[in-house]
Design a protein around this ligand. Structure first.
Ligand code: HEM
Length: 406
């Protein structure tokens, strides 16, 4: 890694050359992220994009979607018609508002009992294996299937089709497994995710027709029977429903993985939460701040003449907001590298900020609380049984976490 302030064009700014996709950086990115913070509030990465590790700058950029937009990665992932890709406030909100009811505090609270039942079903096998003295890989047994199962249920998918939907969701989640930039023509994970998108689209189109004549309260019915649903093309409806399946599964799975990994390694914290469940909401929030399930939020510069931190940016240039690093910004959090389940709550950037702030945050938080509670009720004395593996940097989180009884 090299740091200079050379001028390659008329602009002066700090420059670094960082590859975030090496196994070493993915396993432990924190020292490298601190070099970005130390270099400045806006830093050029020689790999071809701007970076900021700064909470204040990230919030500023995320609150100006008219200048800093989703062109590029989000549009490629979700399609231009999905509201996660739309930066015009009115058009974005018109679509997002279709589902505000499905993701409201009240609707999500009503789902908590169902989530506990799903978690308990999955934990039956886990508990039996652990009691028999075996190790269990908890990402595969619980953290990965549970969020996909829950969102498929919210979509009104029948039980026999849920495994199929989970399978497509897994393929789509692996799209960025090889890291950025993606080789859209050859990357096997990207190509597999494109196939899964096509299969899911065919399934959804059948569902649209069915839910028009058999409406319910589910996510698909809400769209097809809404006023905007009358006007949208099939392609746009697919993109909008698909994003709801895609955006939440990998992220929630990784968050659950971080939570169980951290509690497995910190018996004192785990025992404190077992003894006092009131500590749980703060503890899971601290996991999100300290480790996070996304490390990057990307925006592209939308017009000429925009100046950020004294640097004039060019249209089309991308800015990587390193939100995991921003969540350890010492200007916002005291002792930011310390994990403290009793930390004074303060909003972080783990679920984004501004127009595109996460629609599923209430759902993800409920799932994290219910699932962690279920694990602690049934297996209060677990520990980590082997090295934890990580996948990619952008959706950084454990891909395999082995547990055993302590
Ligand atoms: C731990 C779990 C989760 C994390 C860490 C997370 C993180 C994020 C982040 C950082 C963004 C902002 C993206 C951007 O600004 O470009 C976002 C947006 C979004 N998330 Fe989540 N998410 C999680 C769970 C979920 C769930 C469960 C769902 C839905 C089922 C969901 C649906 C969405 C949607 C639809 C958006 C786009 C919102 C908009 O454009 O208005 N997320 N999420």
């Amino acid at each position: 890694m090299t740091a200079t302030t050379e001028q390659s064009d008329a602009r002066a700014y700090p420059r670094l050359d960082i590859d975030f996709n090496t196994p070493e950086v993915i396993a432990d990115p924190w020292a490298v992220l601190e070099t970005v913070r130390a270099a400045g509030t806006l830093v050029w990465n020689e790999r071809g994009y701007w970076m900021t590790a700064d909470d204040r700058v990230s919030r500023q950029l995320l609150s100006r979607p008219e200048y800093f937009g989703q062109d590029g990665v989000m549009v490629e992932f979700f399609g231009a018609d999905a509201f996660i890709s739309i930066d015009e406030k009115r058009a974005h909100n018109e679509l997002r508002d279709v589902w505000v009811g499905n993701f409201s505090r009240r609707a999500i609270a009503a789902l908590a009992r169902f989530v506990r039942t799903v978690a308990d079903d999955m934990l039956d096998t886990v508990e039996a294996e652990l009691k028999a003295g075996n190790r269990v890989e908890i990402m595969a047994a619980l953290c990965r299937p549970l969020p996909a199962f829950v969102i498929a249920h919210m979509m009104g998918v029948s039980d026999d089709n849920i495994p199929l939907v989970i399978e497509w969701s897994d393929r789509m989640s692996e799209a960025a497994t090889s890291g950025f930039p993606i080789d859209y023509d050859n990357d096997p994970y990207w190509l597999a995710s494109e196939r899964a998108k096509r299969d899911l689209a065919a399934f959804l189109i059948e569902q649209f027709a069915y839910r028009r004549s058999n409406p319910g309260d589910d996510i698909i019915s809400r769209l097809v029977n809404s006023e905007i649903g009358e006007r949208l093309t099939e392609k746009a409806m697919v993109a909008n429903v698909r994003q709801l399946l895609f955006a939440g599964n990998e992220t929630t799975a990784k968050w659950l993985g971080h939570i169980l990994h951290i509690l497995g390694e910190r018996p004192e914290d785990r025992r404190a939460i077992v003894a006092d469940r009131a500590l749980l909401p703060g503890a899971i929030e601290e996991v999100m701040r300290w480790q996070g399930a996304t490390q990057v939020i990307i925006r592209a510069v939308r017009q000429e003449g925009l100046v950020v931190e004294g640097v004039e940016l060019k249209p089309g240039e991308q800015i990587f907001m390193l939100n995991g690093a921003a969540n350890r910004d010492p200007a916002r959090f005291d002792n930011p590298d310390v994990f403290d389940i009793r930390r004074e709550p303060k909003p972080h950037l783990g679920f984004g900020f501004g127009l595109h702030t996460c629609l599923g945050a209430i759902l993800a938080r409920m799932e994290a609380q219910v699932v962690t509670s279920a694990v602690l009720d049934r297996i209060p004395d677990f520990r980590i049984a082997g090295p934890v593996k990580y996948g990619d940097f952008s959706l950084r989180g454990p891909t395999a976490v082995w547990l055993e009884r302590a």
